[in-house]
Ligand binder design. Structure first.
Ligand SMILES: Cc1cc2nc3c(=O)[nH]c(=O)nc-3n(C[C@H](O)[C@H](O)[C@H](O)COP(=O)(O)OP(=O)(O)OC[C@H]3O[C@@H](n4cnc5c(N)ncnc54)[C@H](O)[C@@H]3O)c2cc1C
Length: 392
């Protein structure tokens, strides 16, 4: 594989790196520590980044976006996440939402969303799948249990569906102008055959944004409950055929996995750089601690895991771009590997920073708090490995 990047890719990578250094790192740490999570959404920064093109990066050219390849998306997410992973997630979550819409929606439906999205630097998209009783079950369909999967119901009533139930952990649901809600249209079959997607444009009667889930990390990337009470959705806003959500989702699932992996890689890069910087500056035993072999060996171990993750991620991204999909398990094991690497690197950074590693005045504890979020985004490590197993 040729690891040379094109001039355009290098340019976008630099744009993201500069934005991370000049805007995200100086401004986000303070926002992240505000005690009330309700106040922290960084609208101004999101808008600034959108004006540089980040929100539209993954939107295909024919719909007014940049049409970036998956590899280019990964390069940009890594740089942005090394500045502030939560802001990076706002963009990449929106890209994931767009991929889902493009896979499931009709031309007419796409024309009702994408022109507004590309014009509006504050446009966010929600994806409403997880419920209090269905998390990993929504990603591990092979056991075919009827009781598993989403239970928020959609019942046909003439030209409408009436939706009732609840979602939780839904990213950007309090900020979004559009949300895809996944609802059970048939409870007599497994969810893979009985879940349908619906287009919803908040604010709307019957749709209430519930409490904010106050997280320890990625605090600028918020999740809320979504409560649906007799929400009437016209049949014309159904995404694809009834019961066919799972088949359209299969087309985009690897993109979501790669996107979460790139976020993990960016946090790991920031963590490694902080460890290296501190090890060069901190003097103990009469010399910078990097000159103690036990510390430099640790740094090399961190570097190796970082580079191995990046190589696997680039290969996964190229595999999607080339349409080869030569090994479907690659993206899944890469995510599990990278999240483990990230959490190793973040923990070792805390160790290298000594007592300062756990002080809120220093940047390291935030990296550590952000790192653990990645265990649960883009499916858990266990779920990714379980889904990789049949491809062995
Ligand atoms: C920051 C963040 C953002 C999110 N954003 C969204 C969003 O925008 N939209 C959305 O719909 N959801 C979102 N989620 C939800 C996310 O997809 C779920 O949290 C995730 O799928 C795990 O589900 P769960 O939390 O219910 O954990 P559970 O499924 O209850 O898992 C608990 C543990 O059991 C393990 N486990 C589960 N099933 C099995 C099994 N069959 N065999 C072996 N082990 C198993 C898991 O790996 C995990 O270790 C978000 C979550 C987070 C943390």
């Amino acid at each position: 594989m040729d690891f040379h990047l094109s001039e355009e890719q290098k340019g976008l990578q630099k744009l993201a790196r500069d934005f991370a250094r000049d805007e995200l790192i100086p401004n986000c740490a303070e926002l992240d520590r505000l005690p009330d999570g309700e106040d922290v959404f960084p609208w101004d920064l999101v808008e600034k980044g959108s004006k540089l093109g980040f929100n539209n990066l993954a939107v295909p050219k024919e719909h007014g976006g940049h049409g970036a390849s998956v590899l280019t998306q990964v390069l940009v997410i890594e740089e942005l996440s090394a500045g502030e992973a939560a802001v990076s997630k706002v963009y990449s979550h929106n890209w994931k939402g767009i991929s889902g819409i493009l896979a499931a929606a009709s031309e007419e439906q796409i024309a009702r969303i994408l022109p507004d999205y590309v014009k509006d630097p504050r446009y966010c998209i929600g994806i409403g799948l997880t419920e209090p009783n269905s998390g990993s079950d929504n990603s591990v369909p092979y056991d075919k249990k009827i009781s598993a999967g989403p239970m928020l119901s959609a019942v046909r009533d003439g030209d409408f569906y009436v939706l009732n139930g609840m979602k939780h952990y839904i990213a950007l649901s309090a900020q979004c102008k559009y949300i895809s809600i996944l609802a059970r249209t048939d409870k007599t079959v497994p969810w893979t055959e009985g879940v349908t997607g619906f287009m919803v444009f908040p604010p709307q009667d019957g749709l209430e944004i519930g409490r904010l889930h106050d997280k320890v990390g990625l605090r600028l990337y918020p999740q809320n409950e979504v409560i649906v009470n007799n929400l009437r959705v016209p049949v014309s806003d159904r995404l694809g055929e009834e019961g066919k959500f799972h088949s359209s989702r299969k087309a985009v699932v690897n993109i979501g996995t790669v996107e979460a992996t790139a976020t993990a890689l960016g946090i790991a890069k920031r963590s490694y750089e902080l460890a290296l910087e501190y090890a060069r500056e901190r003097v103990q035993g009469g010399k910078p601690i990097i000159e103690h072999q036990i510390i430099s060996t640790l740094l090399l171990e961190m570097f190796t895991r970082l580079e191995a993750s990046r190589s696997m991620l680039w290969r996964s991204a190229c595999s999607i771009d080339n349409g080869i999909d030569d090994d479907p398990k690659l993206a899944r094991v890469t995510k599990a590997f990278t999240v483990e690497a990230l959490n190793y690197i973040a923990t070792k950074t805390v160790e290298i920073w000594g007592g300062m590693g756990v002080m809120t005045e220093a940047p390291v504890e935030k990296v550590y708090r952000d790192a653990i979020q990645l265990f649960h985004m883009g499916s858990t490590n266990q779920v990714n490995l379980m889904k990789a197993m049949p491809d062995l």
